[in-house]
Design a protein around this ligand. Structure first.
Ligand code: ADP
Length: 322
């Protein structure tokens, strides 16, 4: 086993946003203004959410993100450090405001969201080289698509060159090149993202399996399609396995995917992946997906994003009870 495998470090390179949310009785039509309830400020961005999810799920985590030098950015940095993320990777930038998501939600939980990516667009590949000593200790690299695609590509190449496991959560949905997918070990689309990546309409288990198999041919060792209340479908070259969701009282599904990906990375960090043979890898992957399903389920039982993410103890308790 190599020395790196003894650490449980997850490296996340991704976005951090401030979410500004107004709850309204119904979503506005084009050109319409609607008076809503109180403005809710909360920390978000898929990178930051997944980093906090992995941390709470028991991993040691480094987040690299670009955050504006403004009051929103101060708030995000303060909260992420208080949550337990090292300040080192939280890069501040004078030249763009912190990323903001403007969210309008109706009383049924339907939403409209517009994102101003701001400083997230300035997270460029050079930052990865610059912070190499900080990032090189990772055993798992977890990335999403809310930062420039050139940075996603560089992060995956950087990780593969250091024998890290790479997980790409291809969200928000976007077509991807084969060249990029070749550097991905685990690809974790939801149904919409699987459809965008393959052109195959994904609405049930058979169509999810068809899309996952098409994606496997493009490079990843495993594709895990998350299916909301149906759990997740794990697909490798040798198996297609459906792992059911854990039934819970759903309050708000925000960040379920982020909880799933963070917990998946945490469950896989510290595993000697490179040294494992096929059957061991499959067993480890299945256990990690069960752990991630429990994290996703627990997140839906509470309102909000980062504040609704479960701890390792919460996840293990739910798994033991189900
Ligand atoms: P996303 O938020 O990216 O669209 P999903 O909706 O597929 O992702 O949810 C991610 C994971 O969260 C699912 O694979 C599942 O494990 C869990 N989950 C989501 N919704 C529910 C639900 N209603 N009940 C139980 N688990 C859920």
């Amino acid at each position: 086993m190599s020395a790196a495998c003894l650490s449980r470090q997850v490296v996340v390179i991704g976005s951090a946003n401030l979410d500004l949310t107004v709850t309204v009785s119904r979503l506005p039509r084009e050109g319409e203004t609607i008076l809503g309830g109180e403005l809710l400020l909360s920390n978000g961005g898929k990178g930051a959410n997944q980093a906090v999810a992995a941390l709470k799920a028991g991993a040691e985590v480094r987040l690299m993100a670009k955050i504006g030098r403004d009051p929103f950015g101060d708030r995000i940095c303060r909260d992420l450090v208080a949550a337990g993320l090292p300040a080192e990777g939280l890069l501040r930038d004078e030249s763009a405001p912190t990323g903001v998501a403007l969210i309008v939600v109706d009383r049924h939980g339907r939403n409209q969201i517009a994102v101003a990516p701001g400083s997230n667009q300035l997270l460029l590949p050079a930052a990865i080289e610059q912070y190499e000593p900080v990032l090189a200790h990772g055993t798992v690299m977890l990335v999403q698509l809310e930062i420039p695609i050139v940075t996603v590509e560089r992060a995956l190449q950087f990780a593969k060159a250091r024998e890290m496991m790479t997980i790409l959560n291809p969200a928000p949905a976007s077509p991807l090149s084969d060249d990029l997918l070749r550097h991905v070990d685990l690809l974790t689309p939801n149904e919409t993202e699987a459809e965008t990546l393959t052109g195959i309409a994904v609405s049930d288990l058979p169509s999810a399996a068809t899309a996952a198999k098409a994606l496997l041919l493009r490079g990843p060792q495993a594709v895990i399609v998350t299916l909301g209340p149906q759990g997740a479908l794990l697909c490798t070259a040798s198996v297609v396995r459906h792992l059911s969701a854990i039934p819970v009282e759903v309050v708000d599904t925000t960040a379920a995917g982020d909880a799933f990906n963070g917990a998946l990375a945490a469950a896989l960090a510290g595993k000697p992946w490179a040294d494992m043979l096929g059957t061991d890898r499959l067993r480890v992957l299945e256990d990690a997906v069960r752990f991630a399903n429990a994290a996703g389920a627990l997140t839906t039982t509470k309102r909000g994003a980062q504040e609704s993410l479960p701890t390792k103890a919460d996840i293990e308790r739910l798994l033991a009870a189900s």
